[in-house]
Ligand binder design. Structure first.
Ligand code: ARG
Length: 462
């Protein structure tokens, strides 16, 4: 028996080489449950259109239910000769219902509108999974911030000491980026809640089927595709998903890079939990931050999935082209990688030990309070240009003498500028510098507490 859905006009079967090239069943089999759900909804609109009797609909639905069970427990699987998941499942249905009834289901639909619909369903489900895992990571970051509400650290720009910030402020900056990623997933989901089923191969159906009913049946809140050509040919929803997952990977990679640095002997800001680090096969002392490194590596892979996909889509004429079969593996991979990475990464973040004393000790190093000297002068009416110069000179003297800013003598201050009386020392301490930055978004403990509340409220809404 010919399993092909298109054998009629061919005198010869496909060459082995074509069969191998054409097959997608080895990667699109994961869409089988969605294909069966689509088939059930399709059977109902065929019945509504008078193309299946009530009796036939009941048998068809029972057949699809049986097929679904057989797929779930592995009794039925697709083979390379099936070409793709749609063909395999039609074979499965024919085997269960016989050709007369089983052969009726394909009326008014095409693999083109099927795949476009199933792919949306699959990605929407995984957007939810990834969103949940992302929330776990955000919670781990919130936990870190909450556990260290008063720990100062050296804030950096250009990786150089810049100004002291609260450790919680720094960690919550990463949480903000992740909550935008989660928001992007939710907004993408709303845009993707449109069903192409009923678009047929490209032109719609002459059978009086109801695409809106199928859309409602399959949980597409925003109805069916407004244009059947666009419905079958557009893949911007895939590209956007690939972007969001790549961006998420990049945001995680940025955290990863810091964890790798912080975990070095030189930084000694954090220690990773044994359960979330690895050893070396030759150097017995080694404890490596492999999860963070894999996160950094995987982000490159996620970016590759996005760029590869965009290259596939570029310059495709309307409507469906077989090139589109190349759209699935990249984003399936993005889902798989992120779903594997996130739990490990979250575990690493949730269990790392923060070395408060080390962070606090380095917070004022590198003359990171020089801005505070300048701003202290500004508050006394000195123009900022002058204040900047004066504070810069303080740094120069300190560098020459090998001392810190608060170690300058009254005489040295006075020699640099008459404005610098000894009371400048008021601002030459980290808690003062932090507390002074109490505007919205700032690093003062009070401002960071507000930020923490906002991130938690955002998490509660997700
Ligand atoms: N397997 C195809 C894909 O992944 C769907 C089938 C459409 N095939 C076709 N010859 N029109 O895009």
């Amino acid at each position: 028996q010919d399993v092909r859905l298109w054998g009629g006009r061919f005198a010869d079967g496909p060459s082995e080489a074509l069969e191998k090239l054409s097959a997608s069943v080895h990667f699109d089999w994961r869409l089988a449950p969605y294909d069966i759900a689509g088939s059930r909804a399709h059977a109902r609109v065929l019945h509504k259109a008078g193309l299946l009797t009530a009796e036939e609909l009941a048998q068809m639905t029972a057949g699809l239910d049986q097929l679904e069970r057989d797929v779930a427990d592995g009794t039925f699987t697709g083979t390379i000769a099936d070409e793709d998941v749609h063909t395999a499942l039609e074979r499965g249905l024919l085997e269960r219902l016989g050709p007369d009834l089983g052969g009726k289901l394909r009326a008014g639909r095409s693999r083109n509108d099927q795949i476009a619909t199933l792919f949306r369903m699959y990605l929407r489900d995984h957007a939810r999974v990834i969103g949940g895992l992302l929330a776990d990571l955000q919670e781990a970051l919130v936990g870190l911030a909450e556990a260290h509400p008063d720990v100062a650290m050296p804030g950096r720009t250009h990786l150089q000491h810049a100004q002291p910030v609260l450790f919680a402020h720094h960690v919550l900056a990463h949480a903000q980026a992740l909550s935008r990623d989660a928001e992007r997933l939710r907004q993408w989901d709303a845009r993707t809640a449109v069903s192409p089923y009923g678009s047929g191969a490209l032109a719609g159906s002459s059978l009086g089927l109801d695409p809106e009913a199928v859309a409602a049946d399959l949980g597409f809140e925003n109805g069916s595709a407004a244009n059947s050509i666009d419905g079958t040919a557009s893949r911007d929803f895939v590209a956007e998903f690939a972007f969001i997952t790549a961006m998420t990977g990049v945001d995680i990679s940025k955290i990863a890079e810091e964890v790798i640095l912080w975990n070095t002997k030189e930084f000694s800001f954090v220690t990773l939990h044994d359960a979330f680090s690895t050893g070396s096969s030759i150097m017995p002392q080694k404890k490596n931050p492999d999860i963070a490194e894999l996160a950094r590596g995987k982000s490159g892979r996620l970016i590759g999935n996005l760029t590869g996909l965009l290259a596939t889509l570029k310059a495709l004429p309307l409507a469906y082209n077989r090139d589109l079969q190349e759209d699935k593996e990249p984003v399936f991979d993005s889902c798989d990688q992120l779903e594997m990475l996130l739990p490990a990464f979250t575990g690493m973040m949730a269990t790392l030990t923060v070395h408060r004393e080390r962070l606090a000790e380095l917070a004022p190093a590198g003359f990171s309070l020089a801005t505070d000297v300048a701003e202290w002068l500004v508050k006394r009416g000195v123009p900022f240009r002058v204040a900047h110069e004066v504070a810069g000179e303080c740094v120069q003297v300190c560098e020459r003498e090998g001392i810190e800013l608060d170690e300058l003598t009254d005489e040295q201050f006075a020699a640099i500028s008459p404005h610098l009386d000894p009371s400048v020392r008021e601002v030459l301490n980290v808690p003062g510098a932090l507390a002074a930055r109490d505007g919205r978004g700032g690093t003062a403990p009070s401002a960071v507490a507000v930020q923490l509340g906002e991130v938690k409220a955002d998490l509660a809404r997700q």
